[in-house]
Design a binder for this molecule. Structure first.
Ligand code: IMP
Length: 429
C-alpha cells in the first residue's frame, strides 16, 4: 500500500498545510519528514485557524495518527507548547495520536544561540534564517555529535548529554562569536523535564510505518519548506539544512522508494520567498502589495513562523519544471488562484534570459541565477470572484486557461486548485 508525498515546489510557503489537511482525509498516518519549527503550516477549518510548526497537519483529523519522522529536528519546548495549545482547543494529542521517531534530532537553546550568532557574523551575507537553530542542529547530526530524541527516554542520560553539549557550544559562543554563555545546569534540568513529558511519544518511526504499510494503511508524507530550499537542490547557500524534496521523505521516514505512489507538488499560483538570495520573477511596488496582502489575514504573505513580509513575484514555470524533475511529481496542487482575480493580464515566467541566451533550465550556479532575467508570457486575466468555485466548470474560462497552461508547460497534471483558505475552497480538477 502506498506512501503519498506532499512536497513544496517553490521556496516554501506554498500551502502544503492546507493540501496535507485535504489529503489527510484519505490517510491513516501523516508523517513529517524534514525540517523543524522553521516551518509554519496553516490549516483553516471554519473559523478555526491552526498554525502548526512541528506537529503534522493531519493532527486535526481525529482518525489520523501523526508521526514526526527521523529527518525532523525537534525543539521539545516548542513541541510541548504546540501539544498544549492543540489540547486546549480540544484536539487529541495523546501518544496514541502523535509519535516521535527516536532517531529524530533535538534542537537546544545552544543551537538557537549559534544560529543567531552565525547570522550576525555573516553581516550583509546573512542567509535570513528563521533563527530556530535548524542549521546548527543538522550540523551536529552530520558531525555525529547530535542529541537524538531517543535520549528523552533516559532522563539522567539526557541531562548529562545536554550539559556536555551546552558546555561545548558555550566555548564557540564565547570564544568565536563573542556571545554570552548559556546556563548549563538550568538547560539540562529543562531537558530532563521535557523528557518526562515526551518519552511516551517515542517510537521507532521506520518500524511503525513498515508495519502500517503491511497492514494496508495509507501514509501521507508531509514535507516542509520547498524544493528551492533543499540543501542539495535548492539555491545554495540560501537554503535550509535538510532534504526538503520528495526524496527526503524516504530518508526522513525510513521507507524505501518502492513504497511511493503519488508525489504531489504544491505550488502557489504566483511565487514567494522569505530570506535572501536571487529571485528572477520578483516584483515590487503596487503589484507586489496586491499579491502579498496587508497582513490583516492569516493567509497573507507574511511568515507563519517569523512574521516577516515575504518577497513575491509572478509564477515561474522554470522553477516548476525543475521541481517536477527533482521530485518526479505526479500531480500539482495549485494554491491561491483567487489572489490573481481582477488582473487584466497575468505575466507568467516561461524561461530565463541569461546573457542574451534563452534557457528553460533552472541554473545550478547561484551567480548565473542572479543574472537571469524573466521571460514573460502574458495570459488573459479574469474579473470574477472565484472563491466560491468548487468544480472545474465554476472557474471562468481564463482561470481554466491559466491552470491548463501551467499543466502543459510543466508536463504534470494539476489535480487540485485552491481558491481560498478554508478547507472546502478547493476545485478538484
Ligand atoms: P532556516 O531553515 O531557519 O535555517 O532558514 C534557511 C532559509 O530557509 C531562510 O531563507 C528561511 O527564510 C528559509 N525557510 C526556512 N523555513 C521556511 C519555511 O517554512 N518557509 C519559507 N522559507 C523558509
Amino acid at each position: 500500500m502506498p506512501v503519498n508525498i506532499v512536497v513544496g515546489s517553490q521556496w516554501g510557503d506554498e500551502g502544503k498545510g492546507r493540501i496535507t489537511d485535504l489529503l489527510a482525509a484519505q490517510a491513516d498516518i501523516v508523517a513529517r519528514y524534514s525540517g523543524g519549527d522553521n516551518a509554519g503550516h496553516t490549516v483553516t477549518i471554519g473559523a478555526e485557524v491552526f498554525k502548526l510548526h512541528l506537529t503534522p497537519s493531519g493532527i486535526v483529523h481525529e482518525d489520523v495518527v501523526c508521526l514526526i519522522g527521523n529527518g525532523v529536528v525537534v525543539n521539545p519546548a516548542v513541541l510541548l507548547r504546540e501539544i498544549d495549545g492543540l489540547a486546549a482547543r480540544g484536539v487529541n494529542v495523546t501518544p496514541q495520536r502523535l509519535k516521535i521517531c527516536r532517531k529524530a534530532h533535538l534542537i537546544t537553546p545552544a543551537h538557537i544561540a549559534l544560529d543567531k550568532g552565525y547570522e550576525a557574523a555573516r553581516g550583509q551575507e546573512a542567509i535570513g534564517t528563521t533563527q530556530r537553530g535548524i542549521g546548527p542542529a543538522y550540523t551536529d547530526k552530520a558531525q555525529r555529535s547530535g542529541l537524538r530524541a531517543g535520549l528523552l527516554a533516559d532522563v539522567e542520560g539526557l541531562a548529562d548529554a545536554v550539559a556536555a553539549h551546552v558546555e561545548s557550544k558555550n566555548r564557540i559562543l564565547t570564544d568565536v562569536l563573542g556571545q554570552p554563555p548559556l546556563p548549563v545546569k538550568e538547560t539540562a534540568l529543562a531537558y530532563a523535564q521535557y523528557a518526562s513529558r515526551l518519552a511516551p511519544y517515542l517510537t521507532d518511526g521506520s518500524l511503525y510505518l513498515s508495519e502500517a504499510l503491511a497492514a494496508g494503511k495509507n501514509i501521507l508524507a508531509e514535507g516542509a519548506q520547498g524544493t528551492l530550499l533543499d540543501l542539495d537542490h535548492g539555491t545554495y547557500p540560501f537554503v535550509t539544512s535538510s532534504s526538503s524534496t520528495a526524496s527526503g521523505a524516504l530518508i526522513g521516514l525510513g521507507v524505501g522508494p518502492r513504497c511511493v505512489s503519488e508525489i504531489v507538488g504544491v505550488a502557489k499560483a504566483f511565487t514567494s520567498r522569505v530570506g535572501s538570495g536571487p529571485f528572477p520573477a520578483e516584483i515590487s511596488g503596487e503589484a507586489a502589495l496586491r499579491l502579498r496582502g496587508t497582513g490583516a489575514n492569516p493567509w497573507d504573505e507574511y511568515g507563519t513562523t517569523t512574521g516577516r513580509p515575504r518577497r513575491v513575484g509572478w509564477l515561474d514555470l522554470v522553477i516548476l519544471r525543475y521541481a517536477a524533475r527533482i521530485n518526479s511529481l505526479t500531480q500539482l496542487a495549485l494554491t491561491k488562484l483567487d489572489i490573481l482575480s481582477g488582473l487584466s493580464q497575468i505575466p507568467v515566467c516561461v524561461a530565463y534570459d541569461l546573457a542574451g541566451q534563452r534557457t528553460t533550465h533552472f541554473p545550478t550556479d547561484l551567480a548565473e541565477l542572479a543574472h537571469c532575467q524573466p521571460v514573460y508570457e502574458m495570459l488573459p486575466g479574469w474579473d470574477e470572484d472565484i472563491s466560491g468555485a468548487r468544480v472545474w466548470a465554476d472557474l471562468p474560462r481564463n482561470a481554466r486557461q491559466y491552470v491548463k497552461f501551467v499543466a502543459e508547460q510543466v508536463g504534470v497534471p494539476v489535480s487540485l486548485v485552491s481558491v481560498g483558505p478554508a478547507r472546502e475552497q478547493v476545485v478538484v480538477c
